[in-house]
Design a protein around this ligand. Structure first.
Ligand code: SF4
Length: 63
């Protein structure tokens, strides 16, 4: 499983990196990006899917 953040949609609420900090991070302005190439460790897939479902801007998609 891989994920990607659409920077044009993210409003920087921070939910994704609060819920799944191994996959998402905040840039210096508080907007999200995926870590590395967006690969989700097997152990964190439930958290990543929760982050996707909670993103108010629907800015995260599963690749
Ligand atoms: S949950 Fe969505 S809107 Fe919030 S920081 Fe993450 S990608 Fe951006």
């Amino acid at each position: 499983m891989k994920v990607a953040v659409d920077a044009t949609k993210c409003d920087g609420y921070g939910t994704c990196f609060d819920v799944c900090p191994s996959v998402f991070r905040s840039d210096e302005w508080g907007y999200a990006s995926s870590i590395g190439d967006g690969t989700v460790p097997d152990a964190d897939q439930d958290k990543a899917r929760r982050a996707i479902s909670l993103c108010a801007e629907q800015a995260i998609r599963e690749l």
